[in-house]
Write a protein that binds this ligand. Structure first.
Ligand SMILES: Nc1ncnc2c1ncn2[C@@H]1O[C@H](COP(=O)(O)OP(=O)(O)O)[C@@H](O)[C@H]1O
Ligand SMILES: [Mg+2]
Length: 151
């Protein structure tokens, strides 16, 4: 996956969430509120942004589930979404502390219940990828990002 170019943000907003399934909806509502506040009212654009946010937050929540399927809430159970308005596109970034990395696997078989999320993001995004800490530390998580064209 490519890396985000260091493009300066015109506006930026972020929200820290607990890594629980209900947070995905909060992230969706938050995204619409911020983008509307910035003056982006095009419904298709808002829907696309919500979908991308949903997929990235869901992946973070799922990655942080323990083996028994529950997310233990500890001081390290937080994930963060950041929205940035760049000159020619918007950027969604989702940070989580899990050491695993995203691996889009190409569109799966029609019967498969899994593996479509990042492919959907790829189809909507101008670019997508992830960043890990420069020192290669596996305890500081990673940031998965996608950028979307403005309407
Ligand atoms: N934030 C993340 N942390 C760890 N692994 C991730 C993360 N996001 C994606 N992945 C990995 O990439 C795979 C593909 O993600 P995705 O395309 O959304 O499919 P699905 O979530 O249905 O498995 C996931 O199964 C997971 O192994
Ligand atoms: Mg997914």
């Amino acid at each position: 996956m490519p890396h985000l170019t260091d493009s300066p943000a015109l506006r930026r907003d972020g929200l820290t969430l607990v890594a629980l399934p209900n947070s995905v909806q909060i992230g969706r509502l938050y995204t619409t509120a911020v983008l509307r506040g910035w003056g982006y009212l095009n419904q298709e654009f808002l829907d696309d942004a919500q979908l991308v946010v949903s997929e990235l937050l869901t992946n973070s929540v799922q990655a942080m589930r323990s083996a028994n399927g529950h997310t233990p809430v500890t001081a390290r159970s937080f994930i963060k979404i950041t929205l940035s308005e760049l000159r020619d596109r918007m950027c969604v970034e989702v940070w989580d502390p899990h050491p695993g990395l995203p691996h889009p696997g190409g569109m799966p078989d029609a019967e498969s219940l899994r593996g479509r999320g990042l492919e959907i993001v790829r189809a909507l995004a101008l670019d997508m990828g992830y960043r890990v800490p420069r020192d290669g530390s596996t305890t500081a998580g990673k940031t998965v990002f996608a950028t979307l064209p403005f309407p």
